[in-house]
Design a protein around this ligand. Sequence first.
Ligand SMILES: C[S@@+](CC[C@H](N)C(=O)[O-])C[C@H]1O[C@@H](n2cnc3c(N)ncnc32)[C@H](O)[C@@H]1O
Length: 188
Amino acid sequence: MSQRDSGYARQERDLYETPEWATEALLPHLSKYRKDSAWEPAAGSGKMARVLEQHFERVYRWDISDENRDGGIVADFLLFDEEPDGYQAIITNPPYELATEFCVQAMRLTESRGGMVAMLLRTDFDHAKSRTHLFRDCPAFSKKLVLMKRICWFVEDNGKPKASPSFNHAWYIWDWRHEGAPTLAYGP
Ligand SMILES: C[S@@+](CC[C@H](N)C(=O)[O-])C[C@H]1O[C@@H](n2cnc3c(N)ncnc32)[C@H](O)[C@@H]1O
């Protein structure tokens, strides 16, 4: 079943906000990385960026939409074509339909400075033969962090899920300084 027919109304431009616990699960896996700044290039309302500020001193927010942008810059991440200034880490929950493009672009923008990328994606995202360049054949792919709880993207005002979540997710981490095989870890 696709996310379109899973009982959730499709959100305009994929504004699925990541619940705090799912970003908090990543924090222990960031301890080896520099703390000065990170780039959240599809920040939406900033829900993920605010949790990342527990590790990074500054989290720069971008989003293509000017709604709910939490003070960030309105820009298309996929069209950005310069060397980033000062960013060592790019971390986001990309729009579902553009997830591969976001991974490729984030990898491109971090390679020359030996940076890292973390993306929250479906747990079978690394299965596709069309993505071996990002996983099996990518020396920078360093860790898959499996979330054992399912993410509920939409909740009622009383905190109850609007529908039962149908998909499992994982954090995928790439590190241009990584050596050796990727590791597997389990979160909440
Ligand atoms: C799945 S939401 C994630 C929001 C936020 N990262 C979070 O986890 O709470 C995806 C976001 O990507 C934005 N977006 C879609 N295409 C984009 C693009 N090409 N460049 C930048 N942002 C984009 C959407 O506007 C939306 O806010």
